[in-house]
Design a protein around this ligand. Structure first.
Ligand code: SF4
Length: 102
């Protein structure tokens, strides 16, 4: 996961998507605006704003992660790229929101 500096980790999937696009475009905002990769699961959400009729952003991030590892679920589960802004959401839930232990 080389390219720019480690990304700002966040609790919010919407912000995490924006951070990933900034990473993808090496922090060039105009590149994100001009992004023509409509097949990228993040494309509709790259501005970090709500999109009409949007689906669950955790599921969107999960698709991007599967995309990143050629569709191998086990690779998503064992991913060690902790400085990726999407990492905490890769299992389609926010791993930081652990349920309180009984
Ligand atoms: S939508 Fe996908 S391809 Fe386009 S900038 Fe974001 S991560 Fe990169």
């Amino acid at each position: 996961m080389k390219k720019g500096a480690p990304r700002q980790l966040t609790w919010l999937p919407r912000r995490a998507i924006r951070e990933h696009c900034l990473w993808c475009c090496e922090d060039r905002e105009q590149e994100i605006e001009a992004c023509a990769s409509e097949r990228c699961p993040l494309h509709r959400f790259r501005f970090g704003e709500a999109v009409p009729g949007e689906e669950d952003l955790h599921a969107v991030i999960r698709r991007k992660c599967l995309d990143c590892v050629m569709g191998l679920r086990s690779e998503v589960e064992s991913c060690t790229s902790v400085d990726c802004s999407l990492w905490v959401f890769r299992l389609a839930k926010n791993l930081r929101l652990k349920p309180p232990s009984p």
